[in-house]
Design a protein around this ligand. Structure first.
Ligand code: DP6
Length: 331
């Protein structure tokens, strides 16, 4: 049997940073995002006698997986198997698998491919397992990459942190489908340099920041406000809470030991200019940054042409555009 699935990254409005259990990627707090409609990652999963994984870049050329990357894929397969046994859905699941990962994510985009890869794999594994709920699919995605759990839904999705240490205790839920509110993500990438500390290592440092406990206390209020803003399609409310949360996550990162300074001078310049442009032209645009200097400018259709023009005028920055998308699905 062979299964094909496809997925995309998502962009967080309330950020996931820090775990209560690093091994199982059980988050310390809730988060919220919307799925992007591109760039895509397609996976082909076949049952096999021995585990293998091959990866292909946007040009279709084979990309050698590092030992760390192959190890993460194998670990994800094994823990998925364990979870499926736990929920009584492990019977038809293959002893091992061969994976083909075809990514359309250009290296220069500064978008993490892991959310797209692991949500696509979760979709495929779920097909092998038989009838699983969307919540169970989101748990499988989370086991490979925390934020991937949110990519299994169309439109807006929240990751529910939950409590305890059981594999299924944290999962994602849909807040609103993509047709609810058409938002765009204009991505400005000031640097394509490989970052020194990836998210997995970064999550483990969150607790060393003196600001982390305060962040955990604030997130329930922000998450609630963000859900309301999405449901009411209130862009101003969304802008306030999303920018507050992104800046707070970066304050936590920068005050951890060792400090993680992902933002660059260019990031700060873009933030300043976008804030001024928003005031001058009364634009529905907000900025948000993940674990890197890349700035995501989220906007409504009305603001799109101005935001696009601003992005295109940036010297030496790679630009990428995406709209709200439908999340992972089978092909
Ligand atoms: C800053 O999901 O990339 O983008 O589980 O180690 O893959 P892993 O972490 P990951 O963390 C995402 C961090 C973030 C914020 C977010 O997307 O919520």
């Amino acid at each position: 049997m062979q299964v094909r699935a496809i997925s995309t990254p998502n962009i967080a409005l309330i950020k996931y940073w820090g775990n209560r259990n690093d091994e199982l990627r059980l988050p310390a707090a809730d988060s919220l995002s919307f799925a992007l409609d591109r760039p895509t990652v397609e996976v082909v999963i076949g049952s096999a006698k021995q585990f293998s994984a091959r990866s292909f870049g946007p040009d279709g050329i084979k990309r050698e997986l590092s030992e760390k990357e192959s190890g993460r894929l194998l670990k994800h397969f094994l823990i998925t198997k364990k979870y499926l046994r736990e929920i009584g859905s492990g019977d038809g699941f293959p002893k091992s698998v061969s994976l083909e990962i075809k990514s359309q994510i250009p290296k220069s985009v500064g978008l993490a491919s892991s959310s797209a890869i692991f949500s696509a794999l979760a979709e495929g594994y779920a097909k092998f397992a038989g009838k699983l709920t969307r919540r169970e699919v989101s748990v499988i995605a989370r086991l490979g990459s925390g934020s991937a759990s949110r990519s299994v839904f169309s439109g807006f999705a929240a990751m529910i942190a939950g409590q305890g240490d059981s594999i299924g205790s944290s999962y994602a839920v849909q807040i609103a489908p993509k047709k609810h509110w058409t938002l765009w993500d204009i991505i400005i990438v000031p640097s394509t340099k490989e970052k020194e500390t990836g998210s997995t290592e970064g999550h483990a440092l969150a607790r060393t920041s003196p600001l982390f406990e305060d962040r955990l206390r604030e997130i329930p209020r922000r998450q609630k406000m963000c859900i309301e803003a999405v449901l009411q399609k209130d862009f101003e409310k969304l802008q306030k809470v999303a920018e507050e949360d992104s800046l707070n996550m970066h304050a936590v990162m920068a005050s951890s030991t060792p400090p993680l300074n992902y933002l660059s001078e260019e990031t700060h310049r873009i933030i300043r200019e976008i804030t001024a442009l928003r005031e001058r032209e009364r634009l529905a645009v907000l900025y948000t940054m993940d674990a890197g200097p890349t700035v995501h400018l989220l906007c409504t259709k009305d603001a799109l042409s101005s935001v696009r023009a601003y992005a295109r005028a940036q010297d030496k920055c790679a630009i990428f555009e995406a709209c709200i998308g439908r999340g992972s699905h089978l092909l």
